[in-house]
Design a protein around this ligand. Structure first.
Ligand code: 4NP
Length: 158
């Protein structure tokens, strides 16, 4: 079993979308028994909340359904449990690194955009304070990255 955790700041826009896109791709290939997917936020601001309504609407237009509730990243359990811990932007990565105080999980930490094959983005930009374009951009980048991530995991486990 390969375990993937997507991490953003609030766990109500980018990482729950990454979770939904990746779950859809994994189910299309019938790999749900081999790949486990979750998401979490660096902050605890939105714990227990559904994903942002704007994000849900844009995702649903592409047939991705955001059903998770926000939770906060837990350094005491999540570093150990997951194989891939994937940050949406440099701040998320910096915060994850600072919680890995003994620098023992660094090989598990990745930027989401490392897995892109089509869109040359450095980060998945925070859409929270912007307009509709920002949410579409998030989904464009996530679809590309999730596809690349799935190909990588498949090639590693063959
Ligand atoms: P996310 O977006 O990190 O993609 O879930 C945000 C959600 C909420 C806030 C910031 C970013 N906030 O400031 O509450």
């Amino acid at each position: 079993m390969t375990k993937i955790l997507f991490v953003c700041l609030g766990n109500i826009c980018r990482s729950p979308s990454a979770e939904a896109v990746m779950k859809a791709f994994v189910e299309q290939e019938n790999l749900q028994d081999k790949i486990f997917i979750d998401s979490a936020g660096i902050s605890g601001w939105h714990i227990g909340q559904s994903a942002d309504a704007r994000m849900q609407k844009h995702a649903a237009n592409r047939n991705f359904y955001l059903t998770s509730r926000a939770r906060q990243f837990d350094p005491n359990t999540d570093f150990e449990e997951f194989d891939y811990i994937i940050a949406m932007d440099y701040e998320n990565m910096r915060d994850l690194r600072s919680m890995d105080s003994r620098n023992i999980y660094k090989d598990k930490l990745h930027m989401m955009t490392e897995f892109n094959t089509k869109i040359p983005a450095d980060i998945v930009p925070d859409p929270y304070y912007g307009g509709a374009d920002g949410f579409e951009n998030v989904l464009d980048i996530l679809e590309d990255a999730c596809n690349g991530l799935l190909q990588k995991i498949k090639s590693n486990t063959q």
